[in-house]
Ligand binder design. Structure first.
Ligand code: GLN
Length: 295
C-alpha cells in the first residue's frame, strides 16, 4: 500500500486523517494544503464539508485509509485536485474534466464577464444569438454563455475528438445540449456562421516556456491546449484571419490573453479592421479578456 501520509493507519479518526493529510501536503510544498485535504478526504469518504465536521470522531476502516493514501499520493505527484475529482466548477456550472481537456480556470471567467458586458450594451442582447467557441475543451466558455443567454444557440469546436466528447457530456449534464453543438475541427474550418459572438481561450503558451510551468499544468494539462507556437501567438493570428468571415456586422470577438500579450494581440486584431478595446483585467490585475468588434 502507498503510504505518503506517514502515521495514518486504520482506526485513525476523520479529524486525525485530515490533520495528517494537511501536514503531508504542507511538507510536500502543495499550495493550498487545507482546501486540498478537505476535498480529497471528502472524496475518499464520500462526505461533504459539513459531514466531515459532523463525523470528525468516526474511525476510518483499513480500506478507507488505503483510498485516502492513494489520493494523497496523486496530489503529492502534483496532479491537480480537480483532475483527481474529475470535475471543476466554472461560472456556477459543474464540468467534468478528463486528461483530454484543460481544467477550466477562474481567470477564464473574465472572458464570460467581458462578453456579458459587451452584450449588455448591445441592442441584440435578447435576440437568438449565435455563439462560436473556438477550442472549446471541456465546453467551459460556450456552456457558461448559453447558461446566461437563454435564447442563444452555439457551436464549440475542438481539434481533439476526446475533448468534444467531454464537452458534449457537460452540455447534457447541465441541460444545455438542446442549444449546443460540438464539431471536431481545426479552429472554425468548415463552419460558415456568421456568428454574433465568437469567443476563444486558445493555447497561448510560447513553446519553450511550457517546460517552466508548474508541474500541475506542465504534467497534466494536454500540451495541445497549451502550445501556442514559437511566440505563443499562432492561434491569435489564425483567429484574426478568420474573424471577418465568422462575425456578423457589429458582432463581437472576445479572447483570453496570456500575461503580456495584450499589445501584440490588439495589433493583430486592428490589422484586420476590428475595433479593439483595452483588455479587461482578471482578479490578479493581469489584462485577460480582449474584446473587439466588427464594424
Ligand atoms: N475553452 C476551454 C477553456 O477555456 C479550453 C481552452 C484550451 O484548451 N486552451 O477552459
Amino acid at each position: 500500500m502507498l503510504r505518503v501520509i506517514s502515521g495514518l493507519k486504520a482506526d485513525a479518526s476523520v479529524a486525525e486523517a485530515q490533520r495528517l493529510m494537511v501536514q503531508t501536503f504542507r511538507l510536500g510544498g502543495i499550495e493550498s494544503p487545507d482546501a486540498d485535504a478537505r476535498l480529497l478526504l471528502g472524496h475518499a469518504l464520500r462526505l461533504d464539508r459539513a459531514q466531515l465536521l459532523a463525523q470528525s470522531d468516526r474511525l476510518l476502516e483499513a480500506r478507507e485509509v488505503a483510498c485516502v493514501q492513494a489520493l494523497a499520493a496523486r496530489r503529492i505527484n502534483r496532479e491537480p485536485v480537480s483532475r483527481i475529482l474529475g470535475r471543476k466548477e466554472f461560472w456556477s456550472l459543474t464540468l467534468h474534466v478528463s486528461d483530454a481537456v484543460l481544467v477550466p480556470r477562474p481567470e477564464t471567467e473574465t472572458i464570460v464577464e467581458q462578453t456579458l458586458d459587451r452584450m449588455a450594451r448591445d441592442s441584440r442582447q435578447g435576440d437568438p444569438l449565435r455563439i462560436l467557441d473556438i477550442g472549446t475543451g471541456s465546453g467551459a466558455l460556450l456552456l457558461a454563455l448559453l447558461s446566461e443567454f437563454k435564447n442563444a444557440t452555439g457551436v464549440g469546436t475542438d481539434i481533439s475528438m476526446a475533448a468534444i466528447e467531454v464537452a458534449r457530456g457537460n452540455a447534457e449534464r447541465n441541460k444545455l445540449d438542446g442549444r449546443a453543438r460540438f464539431v471536431c475541427c481545426s479552429l472554425a474550418d468548415g463552419l460558415s456562421g456568421p456568428f454574433d459572438l465568437v469567443v476563444s481561450n486558445p493555447p497561448y503558451i510560447a513553446r519553450a516556456e511550457i517546460a517552466t510551468l508548474d508541474p500541475e499544468v506542465r504534467d497534466y494539462d494536454p500540451v495541445l491546449a497549451l502550445d501556442g507556437g514559437a511566440d505563443g501567438l499562432d492561434f491569435y493570428r489564425a483567429i484574426a484571419r478568420e474573424a471577418d468571415r465568422l462575425l456578423v456586422p457589429g458582432g463581437h470577438l472576445v479572447v483570453e490573453l496570456g500575461a503580456g500579450q495584450e499589445a501584440a494581440v490588439s495589433s493583430l486584431f486592428e490589422t484586420v479592421g476590428l475595433k479593439v478595446a483595452p483588455a479587461q483585467p482578471d482578479l490578479a490585475g493581469i489584462p485577460r479578456a480582449l474584446g473587439a468588434q466588427k464594424g
